[in-house]
Each structure stands twice: as C-alpha cells, then as structure tokens.
Design a binder for this molecule. Structure first.
Ligand code: SF4
Ligand code: SF4
Length: 469
C-alpha cells in the first residue's frame, strides 16, 4: 500500500485502473492536416485515455485518497505498533479471526493441507503474539445467513424486484457512491467479519480483534461508523506474508502436531464448529442457503442450478415435484455482471413506471415459497428476475479476492487457482446454518449496516490508479 497521504498530496488527477470497468473514451489527438497518411500503417503512438471523477464507477478498482487514509489505519504495521503498545500496558487479549478463503490461500502458499495450516497458524498466533483467541468465521457466517433469510421473508412481499445481498463491501461502496437507487433493495444484515467481531468482543470486551480477510474493501467495511467497534484491524493474507517476511519469521517452524482449537476459542463455543463452512458457494453461499431455508417447508421440492452466460452468473430455483418454480435466487460476481444486472433493474423500473396497470408483485412471483406460477422451463439464468441476488464484486467471488496470494498469476492461471481453491473449499465440512444460529444468535444484538449516499468526490479527493492498494 502506498504511503499515508495528507491533504497536501491531493490534486484532481484521475487515472483509470488497469482493470477499469468504465469504458473510457480515447482523447482525439489533433492531426496536422498537411501530413500525408500512409495507407495500411497504424500510428504507434498510444492514444491518451482519460476518465473524470463523474465517469468513475467507484468499482473499488481505485480508491479515493480519503479512503486511502482510512486504509492506512488498517495495515500489518499498524497492527504491530498497536499490539506492542497494548502489551506495554499489560493488555494482552488478542483475538484473531480468519475465514476459509484466507486459510486456503495461505495453506496453498505455504504448500500445506488445510488442517496443517490451521494448526500452524494457531500456534504461530499463540506463540508469537500471545493470542487469546484464534477462530474461524463460521459461527458469524451462520448468524449472518440466518438473519438474512429471516429478513428476506419480511422484505420480499413488498419488494419490487430482487433484493440484494450486502456482505461484499466492494459492492456496497459502489452502490453508495454511484447507484443510490440500489440502497433500498439492499439487505442491511452485516457480514461474518463484523458479526464474528461482535461475538469476540462479547467474550472479552477488552480484546483487540485482528481480522485476516481476502480483500482490501474489508478494511473500509471495518472503518464504517457502525462497524468500527467490532474489528480493530484488518489485514490480508498478502500482508500476513509480508509481515512475516519483514520479521524474518519462518512460518513453517511453528508447525505442531496437536490442535489448539479448544484452548484458543471463547468459552461456550464449540471448538470445531467455527472452522467449518456451509453449502452454497465459496463466497458464503447466501443465494443457495436462502432456497435451502425455504425447502424445509416443501417436502417434495428440489433445488436446481441454471448456468448464466458466464461462470460468474448462476440462478438457483426451488422447484416442486410438478415442476412449478417456488422460489429463486442467484449469484452475480464481478463488476461487469453487476453492471448488467443494474442496467436491467433500471430498465424494468422505468418500464414499470410506464405501466398504468400496476400488478401486486406478490401475485407474479413467489413469496417465501408460494408457487410463482412459473414452470421450470427457462434454460438461461436471469438474476434480474430472481428474488434474491448474492452480489460479489470480484470475478469468481471471495475465493479470488484482491488480498489473497494470487498476484503472480496471469488472468487464466489466476482463474485456475481460484477454481482449485474453490474445489478445496467445497471439501470443508458443512454445518446446518439454522442449528448454529439457533445456538449462538442472541437475537437482542443488532447486526445492521446503515447505508448512506456518498456524495461525488470533491477536487480534494483524488482517485489513485486501480489495483494499487
Ligand atoms: S474505480 Fe478505478 S477502475 Fe473502477 S471505474 Fe473508477 S477509475 Fe475505473
Ligand atoms: S467479492 Fe471481493 S471485494 Fe467483495 S468481499 Fe469478497 S473478496 Fe472482498
């Protein structure tokens, strides 16, 4: 990450990221009319491409300087400084949480199987940093999914069009900055990162919570006003490796053949459960879990998967034994697919405005598993027509997050690596979401985001080149 910025560094220059999703127009270069053109020869001079703050989609490929200042408060160097400071005050309760995507990425990087990595990571955190807790995120995830399912059942009857999952901060930032009309569609249930943080702080209110997460957007999530008490610092696997390299630490030397899970989890927690996962996807499985929660009340139903026009678009349908579609959900990953979805939603919203006869949505689409009146005949996924969309900013989802150890890979090798990690992810033992949530969710806690419209950046808020953070 680049150095801390101050107001003095700011200017109004904007440069599109390498993977900029906004089609930028090449600036026309004035040609000297007196020069003759040579047929069949193209100019070698690259055309200058520019993009203005208004053009930018805030896709999180680039960040504004004010966000960069926030990010710089969440780094491995900040963690080390803060942790040494706390230790000098004799405050020693460090809590570390890590989701399966980061464990798999680090295990792959260190050429270990997952359970060896988990043992090594626990021992490293305990020995090197005197960690009190080292936990996975499945209890937090189960609460997040279960609350989302419950909220969906309340929200869907009055929703016009799909409701959108908001656990991906890359997508939340995009909506808050450039598509405020999406905010009313978004579920405000917090992500596993934040709920895990809240559970750890309940176990020990004094603890310093370090969260290892697959992307840099998670740092911005942890910096939100309604989130900053749950997570003190977010670092990525890339930063974890850098931190160890800077300190000349040999991670593998911390390998042990015993499991520390029981010792390193809060009292009252099942010591294995939080390391597990759930069915659905390597980004949390929210779309699939929604249908699974409805399937429980439709004994003869089954869930089918319908592929979209690329591997980052998938639709799920809960179908009755007489082939009626009872409920639908979908996964939409990557900004190009998100933009297509948003375009379709805007088109259908304006078409609806033009329709004089207004149909109650409940009559045309399923609500909590009532028949939609549709038969299961459409062969192509159409997320804009589903009830709930699991939206993730990264192509391939969180298993391909920008903070994972995949930077050396070219695009196709990176995709293959994401596929390999995804396969390994699907082998992690699955929990039953409602069983875990019933046991661990204290319904008195509120786990909700407060979305806000972010006004366009001022000239003092520079956007830096994409993928530099
Ligand atoms: S944030 Fe960066 S990469 Fe994304 S649209 Fe804006 S300029 Fe392009
Ligand atoms: S999809 Fe990407 S940006 Fe969104 S939470 Fe996952 S890793 Fe982060």
């Amino acid at each position: 990450m680049s150095a801390l910025l101050s107001d003095a560094d700011l200017n109004d220059f904007i440069s599109p990221g390498l993977a900029c999703v906004k089609p930028a127009q090449a600036a026309k270069v004035e040609k000297n009319p007196s020069l003759e053109l040579e047929v069949g020869v193209e100019s070698n001079e690259p055309e200058k491409v520019s993009i203005s703050l208004q053009d930018c989609l805030a896709c999180a490929g680039c960040i504004t300087s004010s966000e960069e200042i926030l990010l710089s408060k969440q780094s491995h160097t900040v963690f080390l400084e803060k942790w040494n400071e706390l230790r000098s005050q004799d405050i020693r309760s460090l809590a570390v949480s890590i989701p399966p995507q980061c464990r798999l990425s680090l295990a792959n990087y260190y050429s270990m199987d997952l359970s060896s990595f988990d043992r090594c990571f626990q021992n490293f955190m305990k020995t090197k940093f005197e960690a009190k807790y080292v936990v996975g995120t499945q209890i937090g995830r189960s609460i997040s999914v279960s609350r989302m399912n419950a909220t969906l059942k309340d929200k869907l009857p009055t929703a016009s069009g799909p409701v959108l999952c908001s656990v991906c901060p890359g997508f939340v930032l995009y909506a808050e900055k450039t598509k405020p009309e999406l905010l009313s569609r978004m579920l405000d249930v917090k992500s596993p990162q934040q709920i895990t943080g809240s559970l750890l702080k309940q176990a020990d209110p004094e603890c310093y919570h370090l969260s290892v997460m697959p992307c840099f957007d998670k740092k911005l999530e942890a910096s939100r006003d309604e989130c900053d008490k749950e997570v003190d610092c977010v670092i990525t696997p890339k930063e974890f490796v850098t931190m160890l390299r800077d300190q000349a630490v040999d991670f593998k030397s911390y390998m042990v053949d015993f499991d520390l899970s029981r010792e390193l989890c809060p009292s009252g927690w099942d010591s294995d459960l939080h390391w597990l996962s759930n069915e659905g996807s390597s980004s949390g499985g929210y779309a699939y879990q929604y249908l699974l929660s409805l399937q429980a009340s439709h004994a003869q139903s089954h869930i089918i998967t319908v592929e979209g026009k690329n591997s980052d678009v998938t639709e799920y349908r809960l179908v009755s034994d007489d082939n009626q579609v009872l409920a639908t959900s979908s996964k939409v990953y990557g900004f190009r697919n998100i933009q297509n979805l948003v375009r379709k939603l805007s088109q259908s919203a304006s078409a609806k405005k033009r329709t004089i006869k207004v149909k109650k949505r409940g009559s045309e689409a399923s609500r909590s598993g009532e028949s939609t009146g549709r038969t299961n005949s459409s062969l192509l996924a159409d997320p804009a027509k589903t009830e709930f969309v699991e939206v993730m900013a990264c192509p391939s989802g969180c298993i391909n997050g920008g903070g994972l150890l995949n930077e050396e890979q070219n695009a196709s090798r990176r995709k293959l690596l994401a596929q390999d990690l995804s396969n390994a992810y699907s082998k992690i033992q699955s929990v039953n979401i409602s069983d875990v949530a019933d046991e661990y969710d204290n319904k008195l806690n509120s786990f909700n985001y407060k979305f806000r419209v972010v006004e366009p950046s001022t000239s003092l808020d520079v956007v830096t080149v994409g993928n530099t953070w």
